[in-house]
Design a protein around this ligand. Structure first.
Ligand SMILES: O=c1ccn([C@@H]2O[C@H](COP(=O)(O)OP(=O)(O)O[C@H]3OC[C@@H](O)[C@H](O)[C@H]3O)[C@@H](O)[C@H]2O)c(=O)[nH]1
Length: 398
């Protein structure tokens, strides 16, 4: 019986489609041969019926065969029903989210990506579209979502300064209403939720390095506040839900580990590369062990290795083989002077620490953003401003 079950599950859906399509072709061929042995009148009537059948069958073959032949997915582990989880990733089309999607899909889970494609791209997850374990939903987390899941990785949020400052009210809504919606969903279906926070909750820190108990030093009315405070409120919401509902809820802090020198270093693409100092391979592994562990409090995941922004800019410049000049601009308001995660908690409780060497991590990050830039019509990563929707003569923030 066990062997039989194994055999059935081993014949995957694509193979089944191929077999059904071959059976249909064989059926048409048999029908054609039997027609040859009928009288001329019978043949005329039958031919009409047969033509109708053939058109339907050929259509079916197309439906079955074309996706089967053309789609090739990365290899996916087989997980038994008991071990296979239904996982929601909000912001799953973004940089971290799409790599997390790849890991969880390849591990054999059922993954639903929810994204409003503000900075994420469909092409980041397009290699999974059509896979039976994968679902992509164009949805804004500010609106409630009703699905059945076992785990929620809540990543949806603009993450870099130009993106979160682009529409500060929307950034606040995404991190507050969006997080409430996801917590509501987690509570309804009894799912475990992991919130991707940010090192920006520490603001411009007064202690160094920062451990998870540090309350932070954030300007609530500065240009970065929509993101910093938005994520801080999101953490508070998780904490409140956890205490009121006793659902497992995990917070996670994404750390950028950079020590800006006295000048703010900004230079077109280099600025964006230098924002992504986390090595995503390490980060994705950390997120998954955090979700599957039993910690229900904030954990710093980041690299405690410190570099100045200038060192990063020079390294990235050499990796992208760029001739662009590094410019020194006046420091932006509320820019943190120094940040470094204390990752002792992650090491002790998760056995996690970053292992990917800096250059390797940066190279992969550069590849991602190179692709991103290729797809931007005018080679700009920052989204173009769109006119605010007008309501009764006043601009409306969506
Ligand atoms: O309102 C929004 C805003 C953004 N998003 C999505 O959220 C994703 C964010 O991904 P990005 O590539 O911009 O950024 P990252 O992957 O680096 O962000 C990640 O690390 C930093 C955390 O603060 C973020 O929450 C986490 O997603 C994108 O796919 C974006 O489209 C939404 O789905 N809804």
């Amino acid at each position: 019986m066990m062997r039989m079950t194994w055999l059935i599950t081993a014949i995957n859906r694509r193979m089944m489609k191929l077999l059904v399509a071959l059976a249909l072709i064989a059926y048409i061929a048999c029908d054609f041969l039997s027609l040859k042995n009928r009288s001329i009148q019978e043949q005329g009537e039958l031919r009409i019926e047969q033509k109708i059948d053939e058109v339907c069958l050929v259509n079916w073959c197309f439906v079955l065969l074309i996706p089967s032949m053309s789609q090739k997915y990365p290899p996916v582990k087989f997980l038994s029903e008991r071990d296979r989880k239904r996982i929601l990733i909000t912001g799953g089309a973004g940089f971290v989210g799409s790599h997390l999607t790849d890991k969880l899909m390849m591990d054999g889970h059922e993954v639903t990506v929810v994204d409003n494609f503000f900075t994420g791209r469909k092409r980041n997850v397009e290699h999974w579209i059509g896979h039976e374990n994968f679902e992509l939903i164009n949805h804004d987390v500010v609106e409630p979502l009703y699905i059945e899941v076992d785990q929620i990785y809540h990543l949806a949020s603009p993450a870099s300064p130009p993106n979160y400052m682009y529409n500060p009210i929307k950034t606040l809504k995404t991190n507050t209403i969006g997080t409430l919606n996801m917590l509501g969903l987690a509570k309804r279906v009894g799912a475990r939720l992991l919130l991707a926070s940010t090192s920006e909750v520490y603001g411009d820190p007064e202690v160094h390095p920062q451990n998870e108990d540090y309350w932070g030093h954030v300007n609530p009315i500065g240009p970065r506040a929509c993101y910093d405070e938005g994520k801080r409120v999101a953490e508070t919401m998780c904490y409140a839900y956890m205490n009121h509902t006793r659902y497992d809820i995990v917070l996670q802090i994404l750390q950028e580990y950079s020590e800006p020198i006295c000048k703010y270093c900004k230079h077109n693409q280099i600025l964006h590369f230098s924002c992504f100092t986390i090595k995503y391979v390490d980060l994705v592994n950390g997120l998954v062990s955090l979700m599957n562990g039993n910690i229900s409090s904030p954990v710093n995941l980041g690299n405690p290795e410190e570099h100045t922004i200038l060192e990063f800019a020079q390294l990235i410049k050499s990796l992208v083989v760029s001739r662009s000049q590094i410019q020194f601009l006046p420091e932006a308001q509320d820019d943190p002077q120094r940040r470094r995660p204390d990752i002792r908690k992650a090491k002790m409780l998760l056995g996690w620490e970053p292992v990917v060497p800096l250059e390797e991590g940066l190279n992969k990050t550069i590849q991602y953003f190179r692709r991103e830039l290729e797809f931007q019509a005018n080679n700009q990563y920052i989204p173009k401003p769109k006119a605010a929707r007008m309501k009764k003569g006043r601009p409306r923030h969506n």
